[in-house]
Design a binder for this molecule. Structure first.
Ligand SMILES: NC(=O)c1ccc[n+]([C@@H]2O[C@H](COP(=O)([O-])OP(=O)(O)OC[C@H]3O[C@@H](n4cnc5c(N)ncnc54)[C@H](O)[C@@H]3O)[C@@H](O)[C@H]2O)c1
Ligand SMILES: [Zn+2]
Ligand SMILES: [Zn+2]
Length: 395
């Protein structure tokens, strides 16, 4: 089968690799029709993780089941399914409590497994024609009859819609509250949309890329460009000088300063300064235990200089970690099905798998108009729906 293979820092190629097959009786085999490039792939693409060369990327996957193992009862050949990026067992201590992002069985010795991911087990990714799904009855989210037609929406259930929602859940966003979201990448935009779903009265989104900030405005958020003026001042200006009730971190350890230089502690300290006393912060942006290639001395050891005194003094609290996709994907699926949420508003490109290397390069540059890429490996006619470029052309 054709698959996108990691070949070292900033190098990926589409190659022939051995077909994914049923390996265990609980597996299903899925023909992947939609698979996204994620900001998490970019940390690996840039060589900023311990990802092994030769591995296949892709943890945001949707497709049609073409084969099931002997022990699979619920999932049937022909079903359209979306796969949570977490590969989980369903029976360990954490899975039983709904914490599938910290499954103890699928990647023994640590907590949490994922498809095509550094340090998260041997599972190959879905930026390929076929994907093996372990414990299929537990991991597959079945999709309704509009699955094929709405796959650009449903594929967001694999990761970023539940992840954005998870940030708002950890921040305990309540009706009527104000929320500041750092990062207007796909995850930040999903956190902004999720804040509105939970009834936030005001959502402020901080980034420096105009195309991404425009998407935030499109769903009713206030856009803050931190390269134009200090982010904290702008958030305080929009929140009567008090700070937002709640905050979401959707950037991670490769955060930038206003000039575009990496500064891993900037978003965490901006949150401490721009969330009101007693507020809560949900951190879904990825931070890593070590980052040997970082310029910052502390960051090399996975540490940041954090404004702990201010954090403590304000009585703030914090939640972190991988999203437990299965805790939310079923409910969020219903919002899509009934037309109450349309996460595909962030999609700029739908491209054939063969175009993946070019797409990685452009998405990694945060090139204007490259806000979210869906790859279409499972032999569907691909369309370029670069809305942002079209919008720019119209002006
Ligand atoms: N916890 C989880 O389960 C989970 C799941 C998916 C993604 N992630 C992580 O979420 C993060 C975001 O993912 P994405 O796909 O949106 O990535 P992305 O790289 O496309 O977006 C990140 C955005 O943050 C912006 N940014 C950089 N520095 C900033 C700053 N100082 N202030 C405000 N904005 C700043 C960038 O301009 C960019 O638009 C990544 O770290 C990714 O690995 C976590
Ligand atoms: Zn992802
Ligand atoms: Zn488990």
């Amino acid at each position: 089968m054709r698959a996108l293979v990691y070949e070292g820092p900033n190098k990926v190629a589409v190659k022939d690799v051995p077909d994914a097959v049923i390996e265990r009786p609980g597996d299903a085999l899925v023909r992947v029709t939609s698979t996204n490039i994620c900001g998490s792939d970019l940390h690996m693409f840039e060589g900023r993780t311990a990802m092994e060369e030769g591995r296949v990327f892709g943890h945001e996957n949707l497709g049609q089941v073409i084969e099931v193992g002997d022990a699979v009862e619920h999932v049937k050949v022909g079903d359209w399914v979306c796969l949570p990026f977490n590969v989980s067992c369903g029976y360990c201590k954490n899975c039983e409590r709904g914490l599938t992002g910290a499954c103890l069985a699928m990647n023994p010795g640590t907590a949490g497994a994922a498809y095509g991911f550094a340090g998260m087990g041997p599972f190959e990714g879905g930026q390929a024609e076929y994907l093996r799904v372990p414990h299929a009855d537990f991991n597959c989210l079945k999709l309704p009859e509009d699955a094929e037609e709405k796959q650009a929406d449903y594929v967001m259930l694999a990761d970023i819609f539940p992840t954005g929602y998870h940030a708002t859940e950890m921040a305990c966003v309540k009706p009527g509250e104000s929320v500041v979201v750092y990062g207007a990448g796909p995850v930040g935009l999903m956190a902004a949309m999720s804040s509105f779903i939970r009834g936030a009265s005001k959502v402020i989104v901080v980034d420096r890329f105009p195309d991404r900030l425009r998407l935030a405005q499109q769903i009713g958020a206030i856009a803050v460009d931190f390269s134009a003026k200090d982010a904290i001042d702008q958030v305080l200006h929009h929140t009567d000088g008090m700070g937002a009730d709640k905050g979401c971190e959707c950037v991670g350890y490769q955060a930038h300063d206003p000039q575009g230089e990496e500064q891993p502690n900037i978003t965490m300290n901006n949150l401490v300064a721009s969330v009101r006393a007693t507020g809560k912060i949900g951190v879904v942006g990825v931070f890593v235990p070590e980052d040997p290639k970082a310029k910052d001395k502390l960051e090399k050891k996975g540490q940041i200089a954090f404004d702990w005194g201010q954090f403590w003094f304000k009585g703030l609290s914090l939640g972190t970690g991988q999203a437990n996709v299965k805790a939310y994907n079923r409910q969020l699926r219903e919002l899509i099905h009934l037309g109450k949420a349309k996460p595909s508003f962030i999609v700029s490109h739908e491209l054939p798998l063969e175009a993946a290397p070019e797409a990685y390069a452009r998405f990694n540059e945060r090139r204007d108009g490259w806000t979210k890429v869906i790859l279409k490996p499972g032999n569907e006619p691909a369309r370029d729906r670069n809305k942002s470029e079209a919008a720019v052309a119209r002006r």
